[in-house]
Design a protein around this ligand. Sequence first.
Ligand SMILES: [Zn+2]
Length: 67
Amino acid sequence: MANPKGRFGKSRTRKRRATWKIETPALARCPKCHATKMPHRVCPECGYYDGREVVAVEEEKKKKKEA
Ligand SMILES: [Zn+2]
């Protein structure tokens, strides 16, 4: 007796695999330096969160921003 090669055909499998989307990561703007950052996260540019500096940013990075 003839047996099917698989449960689903190649076409069905490939169609399913072709229709996924990349989720865009959530973006928020830093209220201090207006750089894009992740929500509920300390800003990587200025180290601020909730209106105060939480994390000290390296001097080199700060100087680049000011110049
Ligand atoms: Zn910032």
